[in-house]
Design a protein around this ligand. Structure first.
Ligand code: MTE
Ligand code: MO
Length: 520
């Protein structure tokens, strides 16, 4: 190990980066091929999500949004490579101490990934230890090899005329390229395999037919306007928000739901037992609290599941319980007041099917909670494994200490789907249309304003129920010029949507969705 003194910081940094990158790439490949093996990048990303500082909520919510998840993964990978480059520079002095320190640095990074992997219930700890050992061994091997080649190359260069073919240089470059290309290729293949596995449809039979089916869609439930959001969003198109970097794929056979806390008899329910309960079917519109005005983190689907009430009755909810906490396999939690279910027409479900298909893994297979009228972060626990009855004071669920409100009823909201922002239109009749929701109060009125004109009432689709959104339409006589279109909704209690613009934090965005268009 000694006598590998490398003078150039750049060469040493390259050696360190390639050593770290090679280990990361190979680990990614193993994770892609062997189910239960951890991806260090993903696990450290998950650790960052778990230990996000308070006050970072805006940042993290945007990171957790669908498109930004890869950003976190890539950032973790880049940070790992930069740290590896730094450790390469540290090792270049060629002393035993520096070399040991650099290796300890790599060991510490590996250990961080290992600890992160131990927190992931879907990772096999023995496989994690194996990947840790292999990665560390590879790092050591690549680093010592490249540093030795770099040292040789510098030595020869110092003692030889510049014209002579410089084989030591070629060897350094050749080896570096080989390690670099192998790292990139295995990393890319591993990533693709991981993503493909996460996306595969569940090979699960459809849950049994419901005992109580939702009534058929009423006549006029859908408006026929090109570009309007469909009344029911297909599973593949449904928005997805959660703290998981990849889609967890739980095994229904080994799955159990426990009901614990302030209950007379704690119970455990298996998947077949859950399916054997009388299943109820209901359309519910759910929104993410971090949805911006006009955003698309909202959807409506037909959910099928056991009634939460029935399960709570089985366990015997105690009168002192004031909070229902849903916990997922990874320890994520959401909680809402027991009083929310006191209203007899709020039928919360332990959902097992979405739009007639088994719950997709991305939406919580085998089972999730669906509670009409509440934002997802306080209610809709996916990959549900425990329901705990407690008090509101005794426990704060996942997002509450991070600055989001304890209570999360969905605010009345409306969105313009057509025309789109910046659309260029021809003068004449232009359909202005979209969706409006106030689960579970229901929508009574939607109005559109053009520039500073009077608010005009929109035609509404026949609502499926109070827990679902409606579509709305105004036929606008558009005149030439630039125009601002605004929309507002009124719920069935008579409350008009809040006009004052506000960010999503801490309890849901407010403001009227506004779309600017040009008519000629
Ligand atoms: N286990 C778990 N369940 C979760 C979350 C999560 O991060 N983990 N996110 C919640 C949030 S914030 C929302 S908005 C809904 C989104 O449900 P969807 O992805 O099926 O649309 O899931 C909720 N359930
Ligand atoms: Mo959310």
């Amino acid at each position: 190990m000694l006598q590998m003194r490398v003078r150039s910081r750049l060469l040493a940094a390259a050696a360190g980066l390639l050593a770290g990158g090679f280990a990361l790439g190979v680990a990614e490949l193993i994770a892609g091929v062997v189910p239960g093996a951890p991806s260090p990048v993903t696990e450290i990303g998950a650790l960052l999500i778990a230990f996000q500082p308070r006050g970072a909520e805006q940042l993290v919510v945007s990171v957790l949004g669908k498109a930004d998840k890869p950003v976190l993964t890539v950032a973790v990978a880049i940070a790992g490579l930069l740290l590896s480059a730094g450790l390469g520079i540290l090792a270049r002095a060629g002393t035993r101490f520096r070399w040991a320190t650099a290796l300890a640095g790599f060991g510490a990074l590996g250990l961080l990934a290992l600890v992160a992997a131990f927190r992931d219930p879907l990772v096999d700890p023995m496989l994690a230890i194996g990947v840790f050992a292999v990665s560390l061994g590879l790092t050591w091997w690549v680093l010592s090899r490249l540093l030795r080649l770099a040292a040789n190359f510098e030595e020869r260069r110092a003692g030889r005329p510049a014209e002579m073919p410089d084989w030591s240089r070629r060897r350094f470059i050749g080896n570096s390229l080989t390690f670099g290309v192998t790292a990139l290729a295995s990393g890319a293949i591993g990533r693709v395999l991981l993503e493909v596995r996460a996306r595969e449809a569940a090979a699960v039979e459809q849950p049994p037919a419901p005992v109580e089916t939702a009534p058929p869609l009423p006549a006029g439930a859908s408006l026929d306007v090109p570009g309007i959001t469909p009344l029911v969003i297909q599973n593949a198109d449904f928005y997805r928000i959660d703290t998981q970097l990849l889609t967890p794929r739980l095994d229904a056979a080994g799955w159990k739901l426990t009901v614990t806390g302030m209950v007379d008899h704690p119970i455990t329910i298996t998947y077949p037992q859950l399916l054997a309960m009388p299943l109820h079917e209901e359309y519910i519109t759910i929104q993410c609290v971090s949805n911006e005005v006009g955003g698309d983190l909202v959807g409506n689907a037909l959910w099928r599941g056991a009634r939460l009430r029935d399960v709570l009755d089985m366990a015997g909810m105690q009168p002192g319980a004031t909070q229902i906490v849903g916990r997922s396999f990874d320890g994520w939690t959401a909680g809402f007041p027991t009083s929310w279910l006191a209203e007899s027409d709020r039928e919360a479900l332990i959902a097992v099917a979405m739009n007639g298909q088994a719950l997709p893994p991305a939406h919580g297979f085998p089972a999730r909670l669906m509670v009409p009228g509440l934002y997802g972060y306080v209610s809709a626990t996916k990959w549900l494994t425990n329901i705990e009855l407690t008090t509101l004071e005794a426990f704060d669920a996942y997002w509450v200490p991070l600055g989001w409100s304890k209570l999360g009823p969905i605010k009345t909201a409306s969105r313009i789907d057509v025309p789109t922002v910046g659309a260029r239109l021809n003068a004449g009749t232009v359909p202005v249309a979209g969706v409006a929701w106030a689960p579970d109060r229901g929508i009574s009125k939607v109005e559109v304003q053009v520039d500073d004109g009077a608010w005009q009432p929109a035609d509404l689709s026949t609502p499926i129920s109070k827990t679902t959104w409606v579509q709305w339409l105004v036929r606008w006589q558009a005149s030439a010029g630039d125009h601002q279109l605004r929309v507002r909704a009124t719920d069935e209690t008579g409350q008009v949507q809040v006009e004052e613009p506000h960010d999503p934090a801490p309890n849901g965005a407010t403001g009227y969705h506004t779309v600017g268009v040009t008519v000629s």
